[in-house]
Write a protein that binds this ligand. Sequence first.
Ligand SMILES: Nc1ncnc2c1ncn2[C@@H]1O[C@H](COP(=O)(O)OP(=O)(O)O)[C@@H](O)[C@H]1O
Ligand SMILES: Nc1ccn([C@@H]2O[C@H](COP(=O)(O)OP(=O)(O)O)[C@@H](O)[C@H]2O)c(=O)n1
Ligand SMILES: [Mg+2]
Length: 231
Amino acid sequence: MWRRVASVSHLFSHSKSTKFNQGASTFKIWETFTSESEIPTPSKGSPFVTFVLGGPGSGKGTQCAKIVEAFGFTHVSAGDLLRREIASGSAYGSVILSTIREGKIVPSQVTVELIQKEMESIDNYKFLIDGFPRSEENRKAFEQTIGAEPDVVLFFDCPEQEMVKRVLNRNQGRVDDNIDTIKKRLEIFDELNWPVINYYSQRGKLHKINAVGTVDEIFEKVRPIFAPLSK
Ligand SMILES: Nc1ncnc2c1ncn2[C@@H]1O[C@H](COP(=O)(O)OP(=O)(O)O)[C@@H](O)[C@H]1O
Ligand SMILES: Nc1ccn([C@@H]2O[C@H](COP(=O)(O)OP(=O)(O)O)[C@@H](O)[C@H]2O)c(=O)n1
Ligand SMILES: [Mg+2]
């Protein structure tokens, strides 16, 4: 039932000779970037994808809202898409719910399909993909299915104690914002996140941001990354 079709191809169709569909040769382009502050220049013909990584409660969603406001991105939250799928009563709903409740990672095939559909439905070329990829499996599934790599990867680096405190105070009625599930999520984050971080760090795409401070203080560290982009 899952198809390896880049049906977001309308987004990528103008980028035939760009990094989006050159496979391994993509990396050659990126190896030339020596400074992590350099980002590629986006154009309306091809999507500009930013992955937003960080542990639970590190402030990904909060900072995404600020980036949307300042730079005109569309926020695509993997967790929100999964919760929307549960609420819609879809066939995947019960599996997704039990996976989230256990603090585990939903199979990449499901999450990537939701992200792909969402990207297709949006009339914008600047995307923030929040909470994804959470594992190497997630990362590879996105690249293989969508045929694209991110342009920028943000990583909100936050101490565990601070993340736990924030999640327990979040008050959004989420089934996974309780101490038992948080512990599990942090364990899984620790186990699966670092290979993804290392992967993008080696490719010069990673922007690691200290996520301790006020929301505005943190955004002032994010802002310069996107400064070359106009809204
Ligand atoms: N810099 C910050 N300092 C204190 N609390 C924060 C900060 N950023 C976000 N929060 C709060 O912490 C909770 C988790 O933030 P959120 O953006 O949902 O994180 P994530 O998406 O990474 O799980 C929310 O209640 C949010 O209001
Ligand atoms: N790529 C993803 C993103 C979220 N999820 C699931 O959805 C849950 C909530 O994700 P989220 O991004 O909304 O959570 P926060 O980091 O924002 O607290 C995760 O703990 C996973 O169970 C997933 O399986 N795969
Ligand atoms: Mg979030």
